[in-house]
Write a protein that binds this ligand. Structure first.
Ligand code: SF4
Ligand code: SF4
Length: 70
């Protein structure tokens, strides 16, 4: 199981991730993003973010899995 995270220093608040989420699990506010509980861990948002602001944490072992490892 993974948890989605946002690097606020990289995000440019374009909203692209909101549009690509197939289950509408991302809510964009002015200065933050919330990933909702019904996220299916598909990682589409992570792959589609134009600036690489979204990453995920593997909650099973606590290690951060880098995009290059997928
Ligand atoms: S697609 Fe990336 S840059 Fe755009 S709002 Fe989402 S996390 Fe931020
Ligand atoms: S991992 Fe998939 S389901 Fe979860 S927020 Fe991103 S696009 Fe939506």
């Amino acid at each position: 199981m993974v948890a989605m995270r946002l690097d606020k220093h990289v995000c440019m608040w374009c909203g692209a991730c909101v549009g690509v989420c197939p289950v509408n699990s991302i809510i964009l506010f002015e200065t933050r993003i919330e990933f909702q509980d019904h996220c299916t861990d598909c990682l589409i948002c992570e792959r589609m973010c134009p600036v690489g602001a979204i990453y995920h944490v593997d909650e099973n072992d606590g290690h951060i899995q880098l995009q290059s490892e997928i």
